[in-house]
Design a protein around this ligand. Structure first.
Ligand code: DC
Length: 208
């Protein structure tokens, strides 16, 4: 069973995907980490994340060690990942890996922006996990503060809105809810309530 989870930054996709993967005994792929690793590789080389040639080369030769770097989660890398993600050559370079991961038995949970629409439109279950920009910014702000990183709420909110606009507005594989995806708004839900809703959707898909 392939479970595709899409949605904007900070909506709780990551938390839900990890919990689902654990519950079902499936591997989980955080596809955002691939774009973040591409961006980090470009930044480390002193390159411009909007330069298609440099970004595509980085995506094609990703070093798996970069995927474990704590630097992947910084605000700077988050913004740059959204820039490299708008480059079609970067998206094409990362596509086969994501599809191969999804199709390995017994199944997989993948989260990102275009899983249900482009990467695995054949997924058995598609969820679109969202929350208001204010709630998402509040969560990110708290996360950064807990990690000891300086954070200003208004700036986090502005960054989230800019990232939403770029991710949803790009020409190639923009972030959007697949027609057959079930939307879960996590604004007023706890992680366990979100998991319960997702499991209900999966159960219903399995008994169809
Ligand atoms: O989920 P995240 O914040 O780690 O994702 C980082 C960026 O990567 C995000 O701004 C857009 C891009 N991305 C994408 O374009 N497609 C995906 N499937 C996953 C992430």
């Amino acid at each position: 069973m392939i479970i595709a989870i899409d949605g904007p930054a900070g909506a709780g996709k990551g938390t839900l995907s990890k919990a689902l993967a654990k519950h079902l005994g499936y591997p989980h792929l955080d596809t955002g980490a691939l774009y973040r690793a591409t961006a980090l590789t470009v930044l480390r080389a002193g390159g411009d994340p909007e330069d298609p040639k440099i970004a595509e080369t980085a995506a094609r030769s990703l070093d798996t060690a970069v995927l474990d770097s704590p630097d992947l989660r910084t605000a700077e890398v988050g913004a740059a990942s959204s820039q490299v993600a708008a480059i079609p050559g970067v998206r094409a370079a990362l596509l086969d890996f994501q599809r191969g991961f999804a199709h390995r038995p017994p199944g997989a949970v993948l989260d990102g922006r275009d899983l249900g629409t482009v990467v695995v439109p054949e997924a058995d279950v598609k969820l679109f996990v969202t929350a208001s920009a204010a709630v998402r910014a509040g969560r990110r702000h708290q996360e950064l503060q807990e990690r000891g990183e300086p954070s200003i709420y208004a700036r986090v909110l502005a960054d989230i809105e800019a990232r939403d606009a770029r991710d949803a507005g790009r020409a190639d594989a923009p972030m959007r809810k697949a027609k057959d995806a079930v939307e879960i708004d996590t604004s007023d839900l706890s992680p366990s309530e979100v998991l319960a809703r997702a499991l209900a959707v999966i159960e219903a898909a399995g008994t169809e």
